[in-house]
Design a protein around this ligand. Structure first.
Ligand code: PHE
Ligand code: ZN
Length: 854
């Protein structure tokens, strides 16, 4: 296959250039004659010119298609072909377009359009993959009704909607709901299913299936339960019912992303749906539940109401991430979910928002839309919905969303439409709030306080640094959830939401008996960086007393971060007050073990680097690594007496169950084991490894053994036990790189790329090794530059096969301006080397150029 770069000079698309398509697409009929390297796709599409349309040029997208024939109303047509599509003379009234094209699924390593994975056919059309299947107006605002006929020898032939007929070698599907082409899907393979049924709130029976390759059928039960829970939850929480007779999920091994919400036929990366106690960790189970929910929830937020254009991507993604987070909070612990989400936001979105790739939640320009499936669009997009809900209140939020569904069902919408339903149903003016969508960058919030005669005043000052293309920023609306505690730890002001709208603004609380301790930004009520000089005594106090669990964790997290920073910058000893508070908390049985595990989880080394950078200090990865090691060692020694008992108390007995309570206990148990391993050299971990009957415990034991450089035997045994299981092998590849010491990380990763089971063609395997390398902070940023070079070498090769996954992995370099001149020079050299590769894809070229432009 040729690379994308051959097709186009980097063209930029602008939000302001939006023009509607000049034709209505009344109906689409597709026939697929499947053959691995020569599949024929026949299309019959009825177009009707729109009265009053401004753009009546008939342009159909199409890439890498071999056009066999084209007809208009039965007569041969002579379209003009380019690398991006075709134009054609067409009648002024309704007409039937018929085309036959040939495509090569077996040669499609980009995993976009129709491709093959492990012998089965599958599709990925979001965002612009349908144009690799046939000629079509491949834009989300063109919605139509699809009928699909599949001719193939495979036992299972699936597409969107409801089945019309099935016989040997032939299946026909009809989707009654108008949809954009990006939601089209087709699957054909010798698959087996895990079936079930669901009765909707109005009494409609829906057939449910999870389709997998033979051998995986015992890994579907958990996903199916998650699906049924999601269906019930969306009825109860949002009044949304499922709308087809059948809902199919398919697991595929080769997939660029996590999963895809195609109408009635969700396609999943097998790592995001297959689960069993023996092969999946607690974290896997939780993630699978969340992703199944996410894709299912898209049926209303994404499919029934879709996006007008790709600039509006956050309309469906931000909202759907918010909905899946609500679901997880309801299924598990709300504060544990919130803390985990904030850890993730700070790890992925904050660096993005403060680096060269910073972009608004609704971008106004792009070259390659695949590069905008980012933490900003998804996670910050979800944060905006959370702030909106907090500002208007729960009841008003529900009313506004109901209005959104009522008013826009069947439409392709914009952020303006979304905000309008809130304005109309609450009477609020959201003009200033809208800046969250248009302004990039993470606001910093400075806090000052004063107390006099029972009157306490907090003064906040907000500012946002310049981001690419946006030198000036205006003040945003920031909801600040706040509580006040007195010196005994009693709450004297329960949580209230301060609505900050000015650049600088004060809020006063009267009638207080003494100077209170403020608990600011409870539940992390806005995605901002809080800057407040506070004593470690006050943080320790909040860690012990705050009624808001998020802020309790935050106090501990800040203490840990400050302790590490003092160690890095001043060679200080670990903060004793912090260690003492931590010990108390870890032993406090009244607290949820999952919460205690999170408090015990140290801030990542990249988090420390990012914080130093935010404070104008150049981080030294090796020093950050050393401080992390010292702090963990000190903590282990301080807790030495209680570790064996804690380990015993948190060991979950009996048959494995992935429920939140057991998983939380195991999470705490794993944190205790990692400390214990620092003292006993791995004795307990080796015992746990030997007796583990589930992956969570096996994986934790192996991790800590590898970290102690004492796990060679277990690693070998693990490989022999699991070499036949792709998903477990991904863990094995990743762990070795993730836990290698800074000096060894690049060499370990390099050796693994030569392993017989390594392949660039499977994105999960590629990410296992290269993602783990990029995630090993001190290893990736080792002064030798070996990590940078290895990643660049692999990106260059992968780009010719799979531009999308290559471009995403380039984000490993986005933080390069954090580091010293030597490291910057080493990274720059690699970025330039990638950029100068002949035939580089549009995807990777855009990413590398933006990163270099910093
Ligand atoms: N729309 C998918 C989701 O978030 C993500 C995705 C994007 C998958 C592009 C594939 C390709 O649920
Ligand atoms: Zn999504």
């Amino acid at each position: 296959m040729t690379s994308d770069a051959a097709l186009t000079e980097a063209e930029t698309f602008y939000l302001n250039d939006y023009t509607p398509f000049g034709f209505e697409v009344d109906s689409v009929e597709l026939t697929f004659r499947l053959a691995p390297s020569a599949t024929r796709v026949l299309s019959k599409i009825r177009f009707t010119p729109k009265p009053g349309a401004t753009d009546l040029r008939f342009f159909l997208h199409g890439e890498k298609l071999k056009l066999i024939s084209a007809k208009i109303d039965g007569t041969d047509a002579t379209p003009d072909l380019t690398a991006e599509g075709l134009t054609c003379e067409v009648p002024e009234t309704s007409f039937l377009w018929e085309a036959e094209v040939e495509i090569d699924p077996a040669g499609n390593t980009a995993l976009e359009g129709l491709y093959m994975s492990g012998g089965m056919y599958c599709t990925q059309c979001e965002a612009e993959g349908f144009r690799k299947i046939t000629y079509y107006p491949d834009r989300p605002d063109v919605m139509s009704i699809f009928t699909v006929r599949i001719e193939g020898d495979e036992e299972v032939l699936l597409s969107n909607g409801n089945p019309v007929s099935q016989s040997q070698g032939l299946a026909e599907w009809h989707d009654p709901w108008p949809k954009p082409a990006y939601l089209f899907a087709l699957v054909a393979g010798d698959l087996v299913n895990h079936p079930d049924t669901f009765t909707t709130q109005s009494g409609k029976e829906v057939e449910l299936n999870i389709w997998v390759r033979p051998g995986d059928e015992d890994k579907c039960a958990f996903g199916m339960e998650a699906l049924k829970k999601s269906m019930t939850w969306d009825e109860e929480a949002y009044g949304r019912e499922y709308d087809l007779d059948i809902f199919n999920i398919v697991a595929v091994d080769d997939f660029n992303m996590g999963a895809m919400e195609n109408k009635g036929l969700n396609i999943f990366n097998s790592s995001c749906v297959l689960a069993s106690p023996e092969t999946s960790t607690d974290a896997n189970f939780e993630r699978i539940e969340a992703i199944i929910a996410h894709e299912y929830f898209h049926n209303w937020t994404g499919n029934r109401i879709t996006c007008r254009d790709w600039f509006q991507l956050c309309l469906k993604e931000g909202l759907t991430v918010f909905r899946d987070a609500q679901f997880t909070s309801d299924m598990r612990s709300a504060s544990v979910k919130r803390i985990s989400d904030v850890i993730d936001l700070r790890a992925r979105q904050f660096p993005e928002d403060q680096g060269p790739l910073s972009h608004p939640v609704r971008p106004e320009e792009f070259q390659e839309i695949n590069n905008f499936y980012t933490a900003t669009i998804y996670e910050k997009g979800a944060e905006i919905i959370g702030m909106l809900k907090r500002l208007v209140g729960d009841a008003a939020y529900r009313k506004a969303v109901d209005l959104y569904f009522d008013r826009h069902d069947g439409q392709a919408c914009t952020i303006e439409d979304w905000l309008q339903v809130f304005e109309d149903s609450t009477g609020r003016d959201l003009a200033q709030f809208k800046r969250w969508y248009s302004q990039a960058g993470t606001p910093r919030l400075k806090v000052a306080e004063s107390y006099e005669d029972g009157s306490y005043t907090l003064t906040f000052e907000q500012s946002t640094a310049a981001t690419p293309g946006q030198p000036q920023k205006d003040p945003r609306v920031i909801p600040i959830a706040l509580g006040l505690l007195n010196g005994n730890g009693d709450e004297v002001q329960p949580t209230t939401v301060l609505e900050m709208t000015e650049a600088k603004q004060s809020f006063t609380f009267d009638g207080l008996a003494s100077k209170p301790v403020p608990s600011i930004l409870r539940e992390f009520s806005a995605p901002v960086i809080l800057e407040r000089a506070t004593s470690s005594a006050e943080r320790t106090f909040l860690l012990a007393h705050d009624s808001d669990l998020f802020n309790r964790w935050e106090a501990g997290n800040t203490l840990a971060r400050e302790a590490r920073i003092d160690m890095v910058l001043e060679g200080a000893a670990p903060d004793a007050a912090y260690l003492e508070a931590l010990q108390k908390l870890v032993r406090d049985d009244s607290l949820d073990p999952a919460f205690r595990a999170l408090v015990l989880q140290p801030p990542s080394q990249s988090d420390i680097a990012q914080t130093l950078y935010e404070r104008g200090v150049t981080p030294d990865p090796q020093k950050i690594y050393d401080a992390a090691e010292t702090l963990a060692q000190t903590l282990a020694q301080q807790l030495a007496d209680s570790l064996p008992r804690l380990y015993a108390e948190t060991t979950v007995e009996g048959a494995y169950s992935p429920d939140a309570a057991s998983a939380g206990k195991r999470a705490l148990n794993a944190r205790v084991l990692t400390l214990l391993t620092r003292l006993d050299g791995g004795e307990q971990a080796a015992r746990q490894y030997a007796s583990a009957d589930n992956m969570t415990q096996q994986y934790a034991a192996l991790s800590w053994l590898l970290q102690a450089e004492n796990g060679a035997a277990q690693s070998h045994a693990f490989f022999e036990q699991w070499r036949g299981d792709r998903l477990v092998m991904d863990k094995w590849f990743a762990l070795q790189v993730a836990l290698a010491t800074p000096e060894k990380a690049a060499a370990v990763a390099k050796d693994l790329t030569r392993h017989e089971l390594f392949t660039l063609k499977n994105p999960n395997r590629f990410r296992a090794v290269m993602g783990a390398l990029a995630g090993n902070h001190a290893g990736f940023h080792h002064a030798s530059g070996a990590g940078y070079q290895l990643l660049a070498d692999n990106l260059i090769v992968l780009d010719s096969l799979n531009p999308q996954t290559t471009a995403r992995m380039c984000t490993a370099f986005q933080t390069w301006k954090r580091y010293d001149a030597d490291r910057q020079a080493l990274i720059k050299m690699q970025l330039q080397r990638i950029k100068s590769t002949t035939g580089l894809s549009r995807d990777t070229n855009e990413m590398v150029s933006r990163i270099l432009d910093a």
